[in-house]
Write a protein that binds this ligand. Structure first.
Ligand code: ADP
Ligand code: MG
Length: 322
């Protein structure tokens, strides 16, 4: 099968490539054309997943399809954007029809959940690697940035943390767990649901936001730095799922929640008075985990208010020079 046949058969005909709101022209020409309503800005983000680095070489292609789009779309959620479309740059060692069909199906499932369309891409031969660029729209000037946190704000997260990090030994086949523990964790790893609705609601109330991809403490550091403030995290308030707690035990579950990657849950700051409306809208998974103070950096406090900030805060592909 040639390159163009492959594109047509698996991608141009995929359910997720059949157009959608904001898509003027999809796959087939030199560029896709997207339209924005008046007064809105285009939000753009790219993520690459490399086999053997971001996912095991041998994994379910359908799950990979879901996950590869979810991690990219999560950045739109973090900006408070509404998803429009995405492009897929796929590098493949060979053309495996079953693999491609399952991958495209998984991609379509997640695209449907995020209400976004596949509008173009690139297909090349080489070691398996997936780059997805997402496009969203946001009213001009209202995107959620990392830089607006103010002393007095509370620090929140959009749901339990650490599930994906907890799932990793299961994904890699290093450990096994009973279904009631394994399923929620694996589900969070393979299909983290981008918090697009929460992000959109937070426009106009959150002062800073991001999606947690490298670990809570590491990512909170980005808000602290960009905003020129200090963030205080209370260990007792960090939410952990029952499945994670049962699988890893209390201490290791908290460790995964604080420093494990791949959560794709939003972390955000907002004035305390904005909390009640959030709860009344049904965002029941939102937890207050700390507060914003004058100063800099992130500190972790135990139940007694003792500073227990760990040295290792999250995952980085390239370590910082000391
Ligand atoms: P060009 O040579 O002009 O860059 P290509 O031949 O690479 O275009 O691609 C032809 C069309 O197919 C383009 O519209 C491109 O966006 C689309 N396309 C290529 N690969 C993919 C893919 N993996 N998924 C979706 N669309 C793709
Ligand atoms: Mg061209």
């Amino acid at each position: 099968m040639g390159e163009f046949e492959l594109i047509n058969h698996y991608f141009a005909s995929a359910a997720c490539a059949q157009g959608g709101e904001g898509v003027v022209l999809g796959i087939g020409d030199d560029c896709a054309l997207l339209s924005l309503p008046p007064g809105e800005q285009l939000a753009v983000s790219t993520d690459t997943l490399v086999a053997g680095v971001h996912f095991p070489d041998a994994c379910d292609p359908g799950l990979l399809g879901q996950r590869s789009l979810a991690v990219a779309a999560s950045d739109l959620a973090a900006m408070g954007a509404t998803a429009i479309g995405f492009t897929l740059a796929l590098t493949l060692p060979e053309v495996g029809p079953a693999w491609l069909q399952a991958y495209a199906n998984g991609l379509s499932r997640m695209a449907h959940r995020c209400r976004m369309s596949l509008v173009g891409g690139d297909t090349t031969r080489g070691p398996l690697s997936i780059t997805i660029t997402v496009f969203g729209r946001v009213p001009a000037g209202q995107a959620l940035r990392r830089s607006g946190a103010r002393p007095g704000d509370v620090l929140c997260v959009g749901g339990p943390l650490g599930n994906a990090a907890g799932a990793l030994p299961l994904v890699l086949g290093q450990r096994q767990a009973p279904a009631e523990q394994a399923e929620p964790l694996l589900n969070h790893y393979w299909a983290p649901m981008p918090q697009l609705t929460l992000g959109q609601w937070l426009r106009g109330s959150a002062t800073a936001a991001l999606d947690i991809s490298d670990g809570l403490l590491a990512d909170c550091g980005h808000i602290a730095k960009a905003s020129g403030v200090a963030l205080q995290v209370n260990l007792a308030q960090v939410p952990v799922s029952p499945a994670l707690q049962a699988f890893l035990g209390h201490d290791a579950a908290l460790q995964a929640a604080l420093t494990g990657g791949d959560d794709y849950v939003l972390a955000f700051t907002l004035p305390p008075e904005a909390l009640a409306p959030l709860a009344s809208l049904g965002f029941i998974e939102v937890h207050v985990i700390g507060r914003v103070l004058e100063g800099q950096g992130v500190t972790l406090l135990d139940r007694d208010g003792q500073d227990i900030t760990p040295v290792q805060r999250g995952y980085q592909h390239f370590r910082e020079t000391p």
